[in-house]
Design a protein around this ligand. Structure first.
Ligand code: ADP
Length: 153
């Protein structure tokens, strides 16, 4: 069974994330959207809210699951016996950042290589980021057009 973990903060999930998952669904038997929890980081939405937004968004996708984890993504993948990490690429900055992480992850998984699969952002979605959405929410702007319907504050 080909399973991919899509790790991220998803604070909150956006139409950019949705696009990546929707396009990856035909490529894998199962996708686990895994919310990484970092105790040093401040989030706008609690882990329960972020999970709830994602669960509602993908309620009609039987092969998409939602989970959360602490620690290294590769350790989480090993615990789930998963060999693929899914990530989205928006711009050259994403590429440089993701390249270092993907190569590190391959180096750290000598025994059983974990491959990172990248999907390029769709035209019209590349400018969307959770941080921009949070900024709009904090100034009471029209964030709804950038996120799935399940994300309401
Ligand atoms: P992280 O804190 O790990 O960057 P995010 O929740 O911000 O987590 O993003 C998770 C993944 O989704 C990353 O691979 C990121 O590049 C991708 N992503 C975010 N926004 C978009 C977008 N608009 N188009 C394509 N991929 C995106």
């Amino acid at each position: 069974m080909k399973t991919a973990v899509f790790p991220g903060s998803f604070d909150p999930i956006t139409l950019g994330h949705f696009d990546i998952v929707e396009r990856a669904v035909p490529l894998f038997d199962k996708i686990i959207i895994a919310i990484g929890q970092n105790s040093q980081k401040k989030y706008m939405f609690s882990i329960e809210q972020r999970m709830d937004f994602i669960k509602k968004t993908f309620k009609n996708f039987p092969n998409v699951e939602v989970d959360s984890f602490e620690g290294l993504t590769i350790d989480y993948c090993r615990s789930k016996d998963v060999n693929f990490i899914l990530r989205g690429l928006r711009n050259p900055a994403d590429f440089e950042f993701e390249k270092a992480i993907a190569q590190t992850n391959r180096t750290l998984t000598q025994d059983n290589k974990i491959e990172t699969i990248f999907l390029l952002t769709s035209a019209g979605k590349s400018f969307i980021s959770s941080s921009i959405v949070r900024e709009i929410i904090s100034f009471k702007g029209n964030y709804e057009i950038l996120v799935p319907d399940a994300v309401r504050v």
